[in-house]
Design a protein around this ligand. Structure first.
Ligand SMILES: Cc1ncc(COP(=O)(O)O)c(C=O)c1O
Length: 335
């Protein structure tokens, strides 16, 4: 199968599996796992933060990040289409008693500054306490500009808000803009980073921030069931990805651009956006279901649930891209 549904479908390489097998292990809930400890220290340094904490998933890392910032009855400002708000089961509200204050994302994924300012509540018993601004980078493949991030986080600080970034694909942003992870994390109090997307680990995310924030997060992580025992097996995969897979994201971006270029040649397909490793298209209504079925029949999977999206990742080669375009061409030739 050529699986373009998401970059989460990547499988660990043989070298990554070897690194996992060779990892020295201990009980991480006791703080005893040397591989976890080394990975967290390396990542914190690379992100320019005091501390890092390993999580099984990005959903849990975001949830615990929000819970480490906000108390019961607080609210966080977030985009309508942000993963934390839309695709994480409402965890902040359900498990954290944190009220989301969603505002509409601009087409580039940013949250308009005037809308952020307007959403901040006055200190009044009628209102939840506005405590946090959460952004996402990349969002829908788009990289938030450094200038925007600076302005949005400064605005948050002016209003006394903390800032969290869902950086599930922040390494894609780093590679696409040739910017260090440290620079991209610098404006935020906390950042959630995923290793199980384009970086190819079977699982593993991390939250980075101040020592105090990570200490609070460690308690919440335990409470929500994220205290893992011999977690070095996961940390070793994440460390391997950090050491060997980051630069490869540039290939994904180049291949996504080629895919978008090829798709744009079909009159029934409109490429609505392509950025980093994601391509969004609109397909003439009459062709959506039959084309998806044709693709599946010919070994290609695409995402149709949220939007018509194709995501390029390290298990997709140059020839896979050409093959997908060829299969689509054959569909339209016979349609
Ligand atoms: C932007 C974003 N944030 C967070 C997550 C959650 O990560 P996980 O699937 O590891 O829970 C995802 C997952 O696809 C994501 O796309």
């Amino acid at each position: 199968m050529i699986d373009l549904r998401s970059d989460t479908v990547t499988r660990p390489t043989a070298a990554m599996r070897d690194a996992m097998m060779a990892a020295p292990l201990g009980d991480d809930v006791w703080g005893d796992d040397p591989t976890v400890n080394a990975f967290q220290a390396t990542l914190a340094e690379r992100a320019g933060k005091e501390a890092a904490l390993l999580f099984p998933s990005g959903t849990q890392s975001n949830l615990v990040g929000l819970m480490a910032h906000c108390e019961r009855g607080d609210e966080y400002i977030v985009g309508q289409s942000a993963h934390t708000y839309r695709y994480e089961g409402g965890g902040a509200a359900v498990l954290g008693s944190i009220q989301p204050q969603p505002i509409e994302n601009a087409p580039d994924g940013s949250l308009p500054l005037e809308k952020i300012a307007a959403a901040v509540k006055a200190d009044d018993v009628h209102f939840a306490r506005t405590r946090l601004l959460a952004l996402e980078n990349t969002i829908g493949g788009n990289v938030l500009t450094a200038e925007y991030v600076q302005q949005a986080t400064e605005l948050a600080r002016t209003h006394g808000l903390a800032t969290h970034l869902d950086g599930a694909r922040l390494f894609n942003a780093a590679v696409a803009t040739d910017t260090s992870l440290k620079q991209l994390c610098q404006p935020f109090d906390s950042v959630s980073l995923c290793f199980s997307k384009g970086l190819g680990t079977p699982m593993g995310s991390a939250l980075v921030g101040s020592e105090a924030l990570i200490n609070r997060a460690r308690r919440w992580r335990k409470m929500v069931g994220g205290g893992m025992r011999q977690a070095g097996i996961i940390a070793a995969a994440c460390q391997h990805a950090l050491d060997h897979h980051v630069a490869d994201l540039a290939h994904d971006h180049r291949r996504a651009a080629r895919l978008a270029e090829g798709l744009a040649t079909f009159p029934a397909i409109e490429v609505t956006s392509q950025a980093t490793n994601m391509v969004f298209v609109q397909i003439d209504k009459a062709h959506v279901a039959p084309l998806a079925a044709w693709l599946k029949e010919h070994g290609v999977l695409i995402e149709l649930l949220y939007a018509t999206r194709m995501v390029v990742h390290r298990d997709i080669s140059d020839s896979d891209i050409e093959q997908v375009l060829n299969i689509i061409k054959r569909y339209f030739d016979q349609a």
